[in-house]
Design a protein around this ligand. Structure first.
Ligand SMILES: Nc1nc2c(ncn2[C@@H]2O[C@H](COP(=O)(O)OP(=O)(O)OP(=O)(O)O)[C@@H](O)[C@H]2O)c(=O)[nH]1
Ligand SMILES: [Mg+2]
Length: 664
């Protein structure tokens, strides 16, 4: 490494690199340039990027030339050869003796300046003398025609020109550089191209003399085709398409390179190709002179057959598939059939295996005793220790459940209970039974009526207390907000969703006064209702399972317990039990509390309509047996259904005895 500072070296390098001439370097370092030459004026770089200068050199190095002279554009066109890599320069248009342009478009090797004399030959005038011209290259050029393409924009450029020549409307020259998403011409040609490198499209249509259309995009304006134009695929290299109309016929002489999936022309030619390298297809159809169709593929092009074409089946081309299957649909159908057959075989095999597995019992783990193990364990060789214990646990649980059910079924209800159940049509019954018994099944809770009543309406409630209007007068969340004791109170307690609120409505036949819900935990406060001046009915929040937080549920339970154990005016607590489920530990807790506080309570079985009549009787018998030693329990166990109205009248009769006696 040298001792020179690094920065100095850098400076030196730059100087030597960019100075034109011979660098003078001595031991001291850089000392200047010998015979410095002047920078060439009008260098190649400058010339090629000159916007005003349309000159292009012979070697076709004018790739980036952006001349603003529209005349030169028409006459000299740089484009790519079909081979894509080399450049080709088209020469001037031939001018015939009459001063008109020839139809043909001859590429020339040489280059000729198109000067004012040529213009005069072509148009009869110099540019400066012509109307609408010579006002600067980048001005809007839409002043002349009917269609306007909106001049230029910097990035995506749309340029259109209509030029009337020789007084004829049809003879016009167009240059259209289309931006993304627009269609190139009126001829319904899909001219969109898409390429990661470069997009180029040309349209040339010589009708007679000079109806031409060319579209060209330079690298600066990468045109990306919309999906609708080219099937929305991108290709790593490039897609190129050309329409070229020569001769007199429309839509002939076409060259079209399309990407996969698009339709080439009105001639319904479809030559989509797919390749990782490049996509190329051409259709050329000259009606008059030469009707040629050719396609060319580069060696890199490797076409992969699609599934439907039989690529997976090993067919080399579509022809082979069609030979075998007739057509594409048949090929697809055959493939799917094959798949279905395979699936079916697999399914059959699985089924057989499953059947075998069922027959052959799983091998049981054998446990041996270690020779040094002195513990006095008994091991069962046939059953694993873990599995054994689990199985035994499950069995034990089942035994308990079974025994509970068996015990329940073994209950023999007393004749009085059975008679009560039968007389009140308790339990699940068919409507026809109610009809036969003389009840009007069109009424809600039909059993809460007098049988064989001649009135179309319901008979009035026998107990006067329950004929009063049910009025809500207080709700308490805490014990301090309990209303003063004024009337004898009957409270309805029980688990959530057991049917407390429904029973209040059913007893008073005032459906809708107390709100009910099928969602457990609906009633959340102690609600006080009075029935005239005779009785107060209290709806308590349920305990046990409810859609509420644990702490909230605990608070309700505490409130209920406080009310039940401390309320002075409380004459009776109707403890509601779901007939289907029977008594639960929480119910026993409350019973114990009421026993301790000497609160009178009566068991009321609810929802009797969901179980068989015999089970209603069994449940009543079971509860009577369980609680027969309890002192505060009021007999008998009541059985009701708010839905059918069964047992409601009896309950009314029982409860009405608690109402305040009329003052003498
Ligand atoms: N089949 C049938 N369903 C009933 C009966 N009584 C009440 N239900 C239904 O049981 C559900 C609960 O009724 P509620 O009266 O709201 O029960 P609750 O005890 O007040 O419930 P909480 O207020 O949450 O404690 C409702 O969907 C009622 O329709 C009955 O006798 N038979
Ligand atoms: Mg309720």
């Amino acid at each position: 490494m040298s001792e020179e500072p690094r920065s100095k070296h850098k400076k030196l390098d730059r100087k030597v690199k960019f100075a034109v001439g011979k660098a003078k370097v001595s031991n001291k370092g850089f000392e200047g340039i010998e015979n410095p030459t002047k920078k060439k004026e009008n260098s190649k770089y400058e010339r090629n990027f000159s916007r005003s200068d349309a000159q292009v050199n012979i070697n076709g190095e004018n790739k980036f030339s952006r001349s603003n002279s529209r005349d030169t554009k028409f006459l000299r066109l740089t484009t790519e050869k079909p081979g894509f890599n080399s450049k080709r320069v088209y020469g001037d248009r031939d001018i015939n003796e009459e001063g008109n342009r020839n139809k043909s478009f001859t590429p020339r090797k040489g280059w000729k300046n198109f000067d004012d004399d040529d213009r005069k030959k072509l148009y009869g005038k110099k540019n400066s003398e012509r109307e609408g011209f010579g006002q600067g290259g980048n001005t809007r050029r839409d002043g002349n025609g009917d269609s306007k393409f909106g001049g230029r924009s910097s990035l995506n450029r749309v340029e259109g020109r209509f030029r009337n020549e020789e007084g004829s409307d049809n003879n016009r020259i167009r240059e259209f550089r289309s931006s993304r998403g627009d269609a190139g011409s009126d001829n319904s040609s899909f001219d969109g191209k898409r390429s990661s490198r470069r997009v180029e499209s040309k349209f040339r249509n010589d009708d007679g003399n000079d109806n031409r259309f060319r579209s060209r995009e330079k690298p600066a304006f990468k045109r990306v085709a919309v999906r609708g134009e080219l099937g929305g695929r991108s290709y790593p290299n490039r897609v190129e398409g050309r329409f070229r109309n020569e001769e007199d016929s429309d839509g002939n002489n076409r060259e079209f390179r399309s990407s996969r999936g698009d339709v080439g022309s009105e001639n319904s030619s479809f030559r989509g190709k797919r390749s990782s390298g490049r996509v190329e297809s051409r259709l050329r159809n000259d009606d008059v002179n030469d009707n040629k169709l050719w396609s060319r593929e580069k060696p890199t092009f490797k076409r992969v057959a699609t599934r439907a074409e039989g690529g997976k089946d090993g067919f080399k081309n579509k022809k082979q598939v069609i030979e075998k299957y007739g057509n594409k649909q048949q090929a697809e159908a055959a493939e799917s059939l094959q798949k279905a057959e395979k699936r079916f075989l697999r399914y059959k095999k699985d089924k057989e295996n499953a059947a075998e597995a069922r027959v052959v019992k799983p091998k049981k783990k054998k446990m041996g005793i270690h020779s040094l193990d002195i513990s006095n364990k008994r091991t069962d060789d046939s059953v694993s220790a873990d599995g054994d214990t689990v199985e035994k646990k499950v069995d034990a649980q089942k035994d308990v459940e079974l025994s509970q059910n068996a015990q329940f079924r073994a209950i023999q209800p007393s004749p009085s209970i059975l008679k009560f159940v039968e007389d009140n049509f308790l339990g699940r019954r068919r409507l026809v039974e109610f009809q036969r018994a003389g009840y009007n099944i069109e009424l809600p809770a039909p059993l809460d009526n007098v049988p064989f009543s001649t009135s179309t309406e319901r008979e009035r409630i026998e107990e006067s207390a329950f004929r009063n209007k049910l009025d809500f007068f207080a709700a308490a969340k805490v014990s301090s907000s309990f209303p003063p004791v004024d009337l004898p109170e009957i409270a309805f307690a029980g688990r959530s969703n057991v049917g407390k609120s429904s029973l209040l409505n059913a007893l008073t036949r005032q459906w809708g006064v107390v709100r009910t819900s099928d969602k457990p935990g609906h009633t959340q406060t102690i609600n006080f209702f009075n029935l005239g001046k005779k009785l107060a009915l209290v709806d308590l929040p349920g305990y046990g399972f409810a859609y509420a937080k644990e702490e909230v549920k605990d608070a309700w339970e505490e409130l209920v317990q406080e009310y039940v154990s401390t309320r002075v005016g409380l004459k009776r607590v109707c403890l509601l039990i779901d007939t289907k489920w029977g008594m639960k530990p929480r119910d026993h807790e409350l019973i114990d509390l009421m026993e301790r506080s000497e609160t009178n309570y009566q068991i009321v079985l609810t929802k009797t309509d969901v179980v068989f009549p015999i089970d209603v009787a069994r449940r009543a018998m079971q509860i009577e047996n369980t609680l027969k030693a309890n002192k505060s329990l009021v007999q008998p166990v009541m059985m009701v259904s708010s839905q059918t109205g069964a047992g409601i009248r009896c309950l009314r009769t029982v409860l009405s005895k608690l109402s305040r006696l009329p003052k003498l």
